[in-house]
Design a protein around this ligand. Structure first.
Ligand code: H79
Length: 443
């Protein structure tokens, strides 16, 4: 139980996420699968996937009328929806978990909620709950299943917010009305818990109210009462289990672990046929390597069309990512954060026992690599996915000084470099030991 307490303190000290994280009833190892997972696939699917407009924000920001936005209900068919194929695609990317929008800020549930008729099951030609078959398919593939759920619901008559810069009412003026909303959203969470038992709840939209207003502690306790192993992301007004930077890559290693970067495949979360600003497989893979090097997970987003078809570029990205993650499995899964900056110019990871260091080298780069401050003796260096061994030289080791020399790794033959990132496996004589001084005679 020590770790949650320490992380609660860090949460408090870290400023950016300065809401106390109170963890009382969780099994101490419940985060383990998540920390080992490294890669998740995020899915934004909803009625916004009909016209390819911004998910919920398009009406909220008055880019289109609410009436026009809601007309998309008539176009959500899910007619080519193949949850098994989705799960297989996710599996083949190497991802260990997936998170799907069960309800975005627009209030349209993708499951058959009993709380109201605002669902794909009740109001769209699809006429069904699309979550149940997806969770079943994920679980058949051994992939953890996460439910994205927007706390705020701009469609609900008892929710204060609706369009940008307007409000239905103020909580302080009508607490009974807000109470009705709390009962509504908490009932929906109960439905999700009981019907789907998500491994992960991915909340969003907490920024519109305080933890006290949301009754965030109660929401957390409700979820954990049903499943003490459920993981909750860091958007439950301070009552989550991990930090969630969105789109923006952290420059300094987040002090809060675990953490997860969620990122789109182009510039949009949902289906946007006009958005061709796709990341390349190289960009995706180098971003992913950087994330795991810093001890995080990547939650990479795709946005299927209303009928369930996944854009070709997104399938391509997941396939290329999958080839690479499969080849370099040992350097990715079951590893931990690598060297801190200063030791190596690039991403790295460490085996859990710290006896093996993995160095990530961009594309067809043939090396000229240096490791600084390594006390250990290197037993071998090999190129993952090949039987190529590399030699190295220790440079500048002063016999009477305790400071280790520089490790210069000899060139990687071009023919064994990877199209995206080559990974070197550096086997050490024991757990890694690093010199982090300033090079002075006595430091
Ligand atoms: O579902 C996707 C987005 O629709 C949703 N989260 C991802 C996963 C999302 N979009 N934007 N945001 C979350 C953050 C929004 C922040 C803002 Fe604000 C809300 C900017 C302006 C209003 C909060 C309040 C932050 C600044 C002021």
């Amino acid at each position: 139980m020590l770790r949650p307490i320490i992380s609660a303190m860090l949460f408090f000290l870290a400023g950016g996420f300065a809401k106390a994280q109170i963890v009382t009833s969780d099994p101490s190892d419940k985060m383990q699968w998540f920390e080992d997972a490294k890669l998740g696939i995020f899915i934004h699917w909803g009625i916004y996937s009909v016209d390819g407009v911004d998910e919920s924000w398009s009406f909220h920001n008055r880019k289109m009328s609410y009436a026009d936005y809601m007309k998309q209900l008539n176009g959500f068919t899910a007619k080519n929806y193949n949850p098994e194929a989705w799960a297989q695609l996710i599996k083949s990317s190497g991802a260990r978990y997936a998170v799907i929008t069960t309800k975005h800020h627009d209030g349209i549930a993708l499951w058959d909620t009993k709380t109201n008729n605002m669902s794909t099951a009740k109001l769209t030609p699809a006429r069904r709950d699309v979550i149940t078959p997806f969770f079943a398919a994920l679980r058949r593939e051994g992939i953890k299943a996460g439910a994205y759920f927007s706390l705020l619901d701009w469609s609900h008559q008892d929710y204060p917010g609706f369009l940008k810069d307007s409000s239905r009412y103020q909580i302080k003026n009508d607490s009974a009305r807000w109470k009705r909303y709390l009962t509504f959203y908490q009932t929906q969470i109960k439905e999700l818990s009981q019907q789907f038992n998500p491994d992960l709840f991915w909340f969003d939209g907490d920024w519109e109210h305080s933890a006290a207003e949301w009754q965030a502690k109660k929401a957390r306790e409700m979820i954990l009462a049903h499943n003490p192993n459920a993981i909750i992301n860091g958007r439950l007004a301070g009552y989550g289990d991990y930090a969630t930077p969105e789109q923006n890559f952290p420059i300094t290693r987040p002090t809060l672990q675990p953490w997860e970067l969620c990122m789109t495949s182009n510039n949009n979360w949902g289906y946007h046929p006009d958005d061709s600003a796709y990341k390349t497989p190289y960009e995706l893979i180098t971003i992913f390597a950087d994330v795991i090097s810093n001890g995080g997970n990547l939650l990479f987003d795709i946005g299927p069309r209303e009928d369930g078809w996944i854009p070709t570029q997104q399938v391509h990205l997941l396939n290329e990512l999958g080839k690479w993650t499969q080849k370099h499995e040992s350097a990715i899964f079951g590893t931990k954060a690598g060297l801190s900056p200063g030791h190596f110019y690039g991403p790295s990871t460490l085996s859990k026992d710290s006896n093996t260091l993995f160095l990530f080298v961009p594309a067809h780069n043939t090396g000229k690599l240096v490791i600084k401050g390594l006390y250990n003796t290197i037993k071998s260096i090999s190129v993952i996915g090949t039987d190529q061994l590399l030699t190295h030289k220790i440079v500048g080791k002063i016999s009477w000084s305790p400071v280790p020399g520089l490790v210069y790794i000899d060139d990687i033959p071009e023919k064994v470099t990877d199209e995206y990132m080559t990974v070197l496996e550096v086997k050490l004589d024991g757990a890694i030991k690093l010199y982090q001084g300033k090079g002075g005679l006595t430091e």
